[in-house]
Design a protein around this ligand. Sequence first.
Ligand code: GDP
Length: 300
Amino acid sequence: MITFFSGGTGTPKLLRGAQRVMDRHEISVVVNTAEDIWISGNHLSPDLDTVMYLFSGILNTDTWWGIRNDTFTTHEDAQKIGIDEFIAIGDRDRAVHIARGEMLRNGMRLTNATRVLCDRFGVRENVLPMTDTEVTTQVRTDLGLIHFQEYWVRAKGALEIYDVVRTFNEPPSASEEVIAAIEASDVVVIGPSNPITSILPILECEGIRPALKEKTVIAVSPFIGDSAVSGPAAALMSARGFEPSSTGTLSCYEGLVDIFIQDIRDPVDVTNSLRFDTLMIDEKKSIDLAQEILRLAKTG
Ligand code: GDP
């Protein structure tokens, strides 16, 4: 068994390869939930949705969010009526958010709601939210402290960020299912996701770091030089006091990593790292990288 830590873009690209080279029951994914948000009364969990749709074969892999060929009739009509729905939600996607919102309102844990949805979508991999506790990534900007989605989607990332903070009512702790998955794994893979908004929220859940101490941890850098392959990781790294680079990524993970993978193009030299082509521009590239990681996992 391998457990992957995932956000909603970089690591899912790796998972697309992993599902081709591994027995699908041998894959567990611990997914970031700090970008979750209630929209129009329904529960959006962007990273969980992406991973679930990927495994069920319906993900829109042009955007890495939403369902392929979804329509946006409700979203468009809601906006015409005056609802401030700043995230474009597809009609089929919305059905999932309605279902999850209902389950949560009825007191179900997010872990169990995810299991119900994954069963309905025929997902055979073990998809786990990092925690059942609500936690939110917020960024400090000139508009004040705002939800990460307000910054990235509504403001299109065009705001300066001064700080990144996690807000919660009670400190998030990893679910027992997450800890069990890590314990049952030979190796844990921190995929090439945004270190600040996707991976640190997972590492910050109580119970995760001690569980990782016993495991071989492989991490893949999302940076080439001082730029992330995509998205706002560089600005967020700087705001949190980390160098926006592979070096900064490794220091974010604070001694937890045994094997660090950088892209062959990365001009930054991290001592003892391994070099692979990590630019997963198509399924073949995803499969090749997943195969290299599987080989490392088998040899320790
Ligand atoms: P989010 O939840 O949508 O922000 O997605 P993630 O956190 O999972 O992934 C975002 C990160 O993935 C960004 O920092 C990118 O640099 C990285 N990324 C995206 N595609 C690739 C890729 O093909 N290779 C590598 N190495 N990183 C990638």
